[in-house]
Design a protein around this ligand. Structure first.
Ligand code: ADP
Ligand code: MG
Length: 598
């Protein structure tokens, strides 16, 4: 009989708790500071490109002024031509440097994120949506790049150009300047109101994208089940809902951005009309020359550029700050401090089987969830096989999580070699344990890479030894490139039993002092089952093996069986003892434990 072992997970809580909060602009400094030199060069070039552009209307104005004198334009035209050329070169090279630096900034941020991600604690990852994390690593970091490079410098340049332009205007004609300045004040006010809106809308839009990533990730993770259940429609609907949500949020951003654009340019256009009317009258009065008026109007036109870039920069800034908030949220998750644990291969000099003690252990995954363990005590010491059995959900797998230090016990103590798990340097603790998960995963890479993952310094002889021990010799022989064949997602697909034995070989390669084995619940053929049993028994002859047993053949060979039920240890004994004394065990053994099909 197939024993279902469905793990019910709590609903995602992380997003509800940790809404993305706005981040201060000063935070961008953190990302930009290590690239300061090249940013400054790029910024300076961009800046001078802008200044050269500023000079052009002034020169044009002089040209128009001199027209009446009947002088040849000669030199001024050359200067103007030169300014255009220099401006073009500067404006191409500056942004190139900025983009390049931007890419380097992303790299820095991604490295930080990745190192943060791999050091997250198991509870954190259990609670996260990994698809959302992926979007933080890709799209959010990309947004951050734009801000840290182009936006800040582009925005600053635009501000300088605006100030410069206004100064030139004041120099040309103070009355018209006053008109322009009052319009500029209106623009500023409007921006102060609109920009935070863009920021909020952008944060929501990025969150919606992250949610979509989360749904997609869960869909792909359960693809067969979805197919087999014919639930494509349901999945499509929830993906579609997320996509529509992302679109809506995106449109909201666009609305605010469009509004910002209109509200920024409208006052300038009004200024243009007023300047034209008022300036015309002043020219008629002889208060200003026609050349000055044209120069002033050219200046107004010219300022449209920086105003546009400023609006764009400010809204990009909002986007970038939203991205920083999402990236930094990962920073604030729990990360393990593994720095103190030195050894990475089998700890210390001892090769003796490790002693494991559970002493009145109580455990709950979350404060508001029911306890999984309500006082679990047992000891597994020396070489030999301890089997954990119990109904699904009894807390068997959780026992391994506590031994590995993934989660701390809520009360009571878990000791390895007499030392409380909390007192062990995690790296050292884990380096002496071989752990085979229930759904033994094969990671990307070759079979060899999969095996030496936990023991990179292993020799070919070591690998050959565990291949033989885990009865993988036949499999290796069948694979096209033997040990160097790609396996997993992008390679040969291995069966459940094969994956399990690869995982066992991986665990054995460390010469663990303790082997934790969570048996697969799926049916194995008789040959595979016999092989697995042999591997297990051989390992138990050398070291301390604790196995979450789903097979009759495992419990019959166990030195001791710990029967768990409803978070408590119900009985401890051998198969023969327990068959006589414990009715739950008798039921389990006769009805639920798997027997090999023959
Ligand atoms: P077993 O391996 O005996 O089937 P587990 O140790 O996997 O049981 O799980 C024990 C209980 O803890 C189950 O009710 C399960 O739903 C719950 N559980 C398992 N993992 C988590 C988790 N990460 N967060 C919250 N509850 C969990
Ligand atoms: Mg389990």
């Amino acid at each position: 009989t197939e024993q279902p072992d469905v793990e019910v997970m709590p609903p995602d809580t992380v997003d509800a708790e940790a809404k993305e909060r706005p981040v201060r602009i000063s935070r961008l400094w953190f990302y930009a500071r290590s690239h300061l030199r090249i940013l400054l060069i790029g910024g300076t070039l961009t800046f001078f490109g802008g200044i050269v552009g500023l000079v052009q209307p002034v020169i044009a104005m002089s040209i128009i002024e001199t027209l009446g004198d009947g002088d040849p334009l000669g030199n001024l035209l050359w200067i103007l031509g030169g300014a255009v050329l220099v401006g073009a070169v500067l404006e191409a090279f500056g942004p190139y440097l900025m983009q390049r630096t931007g890419q380097n900034i992303i790299l820095t941020v991604r490295r930080r994120l990745v190192s943060q991600l791999v050091h997250l604690t198991v509870p954190e990852v259990d609670r996260l949506k990994s698809g959302d994390l992926v979007s933080r690593l890709t799209s959010d970091t990309n947004l951050l790049r734009t801000v840290a490079s182009t936006t800040v410098i582009g925005g600053l340049t635009a501000i300088f150009m605006l100030l410069g332009g206004l100064a030139v205007m004041a120099w040309i004609d103070l009355v018209l300047f006053a008109v322009t300045l009052s319009m500029a004040a209106v623009v500023t006010l409007v921006m102060l109101v609109v920009m935070p809106r863009i920021g909020a809308a952008t944060r929501e839009s990025q969150t919606a994208l992250g949610d979509m990533g989360g749904i997609l990730e869960r869909l792909l993770g359960a693809f067969r089940t979805v197919k087999a259940s014919g639930a494509e429609g349901r999945e499509m609907a929830s993906l579609d809902k997320a996509a529509v949500e992302a679109r809506d949020k995106g449109v909201t951003v666009a609305v605010w951005e469009a509004l910002a654009g209109v509200l920024a340019f409208l006052p300038v256009n009004i200024a243009f009309l007023v300047v034209l009317g008022l300036g015309g009258a002043r020219v008629a009065d002889g208060a200003m020359t026609i050349g000055s008026l044209i120069g002033f109007l050219l200046m107004l036109f010219y300022l449209m550029g920086p105003i546009g870039s400023l609006v764009q920069a400010l809204s990009q800034l909002q986007t970038g700050l939203a991205a920083v908030a999402r990236v930094e949220q990962v920073d604030h998750l729990d990360a393990e401090d593994l720095s103190d644990g030195a050894p990475t291969s089998a700890a210390g000099s001892s090769t003796e089987a490790a002693r494991v003690e559970f002493d009145g252990v109580e455990f709950r995954y979350e404060a508001d969830l029911a306890p999984v363990h309500r006082g679990v005590s047992f000891t597994a010491t020396g070489t030999g096989l301890t089997a954990l059995v119990g109904p699904s959900g009894a807390g068997k797998t959780t026992i391994f999580s506590l031994i590995e230090g993934f989660y701390p016990a809520t009360a009571g103590t878990v000791r390895v070699d007499g030392r409380d798990i909390g007192d062990w340097p995690l790296r050292e603790l884990r380096s002496m344990i071989g752990y085979v998960e229930q759904d033994a995963p094969v990671l990307h890479g070759t079979l060899r890479e999969n095996l030496i993952m936990a023991a990179p310094e292993a020799t070919d002889d070591d690998v050959a030894r565990v291949v033989a021990q885990a009865r993988l010799t036949d499999l290796v022989g069948r694979l096209p490139d033997g040990l160097d064949s790609a396996v997993g997602a992008r390679g040969v697909t291995l069966s459940g039993g094969e994956r399990q034995r690869v995982a066992i070989a991986r665990a054995l390669l460390r010469r663990p002092r303790l082997l934790l084995l969570d048996e697969a619940t799926s049916q194995l053929d008789a040959a595979n089952e016999a092989a697995l049993r042999q591997v297990m028994l051989e390992a138990a002859g050398r070291t301390n093996v604790i196995v979450v047993a789903h097979r009759l053949s495992t419990v019959t060979s166990a030195d001791q069986i710990v029967v768990l039920d409803a978070g408590r240890v119900r009985a401890i004994g051998t198969h023969a003892d327990l068959l006589r004394t414990d009715d739950l065990y008798r039921d389990l053994a006769t009805e639920q434990l798997l027997t090999a099909e023959s």
